[in-house]
Ligand binder design. Sequence first.
Ligand SMILES: [Zn+2]
Length: 406
Amino acid sequence: MLIETFIRKQLGLKAHTVTKVEETEDYMIIHIDRLGDRLLRCGLCRQRCRKVHSMRKKREWRDLSMRKLPLKLRYCPRRVECPRCGLRVEDFPWAEPWARVTTALSNAVARLARELSWQGTARQYGLNWKSVATIVKRAVQYGLKHRTRPPVHLIGIDEVSRRKGQVYLTVVYDLERRVLLWVGEDRTEEAVKKFFTEEMGRRRCRTLRVVCMDMWAPYANLVREYAVNAQILFDRFHIVKHLHEAVDAARRELWRQLTSKQRVTFKGTRWLLLKNPWNLNQGQKNRLSTLVRWNSPLVRAWYLKESFQLFWAHKQPWRAEQHLRKWMNSAMRSKLEPFKKFVRMLRSHLDGVLAWTKARLSNGAVEGMHNKIKSISHRSFGFRSAKNFIAAIYHCCARLPLPVER
Ligand SMILES: [Zn+2]
């Protein structure tokens, strides 16, 4: 078989043919021409067109490599007269309309960019960072337009920080399918509103049953306004995080009151207090019991933390509620200001805290994806622009379809 025939078959050309294969030092150049008077398709609607209007100047597309040599396709595009769209550049079976690389190459690059940084992907394919960025952003655009949108019932809203907590993004997950639905800049009501109005729309919002999130007023306001059938559920992991912060604050307050001699014994107790008791080794257990005998506010904090956690195990809603109310009363009597603050927060969000017993759902289901987002940011040394970071998150977590290779 001739190399020309081989390449024509590989590219799946029907109305075009390979006229010559030229080898230069850096590239293998594939010259393409029209095949006889086979009908060309419109670049916009892909309908076959009878009339060819004119020929444009030659264009090149980078393709995958053959052994060491990268391939380049060279062709003079025709303009066709489409009965529907008018005068248009023809459709290329090997590439998307504006792309400077073939679909085969851009899909290969896009697939690798799900695993590596954009810089690393660029190095693998001998492209520059900017080309990879363009390919990924186009792939995301295509994917968002063509992805399936089944009804959504359970979602989790969370935030990711960019540049060490300076800038926030809001991410929304489908907790059932464990897939990313939406990412947006910022975490304000105005910014996150777009998820409900643009991504979901009024009709799709109606099927939402549970929305899992942190106790953050803008998110809750939006759910009340747009997802009227949904139960707000405050995320277990976020609540425990606030609880741990209370323990930590109580410990720090105490630290300030200690003499330097007392501080020596006290050092390194943070992890003793926050660890689950069954994870402690014997030495740590001994230290904890000394600590417990020695220091009463800290004991109260530790005891409160442990007894709060029993809340999650209750099966019956009324028992869970009883437990929580008793716990809140004793925490209010503890004389520990950080715990009183925590209780006030729980009280003003009580309905969404108690919803746990029925829903038994948390953003922990998508923790893996959350970590993936962190690693995306990390491997790229923190994206400088939010737009690029958002594209990378969609690309890696939203399971978007890639353009079809014809
Ligand atoms: Zn057309």
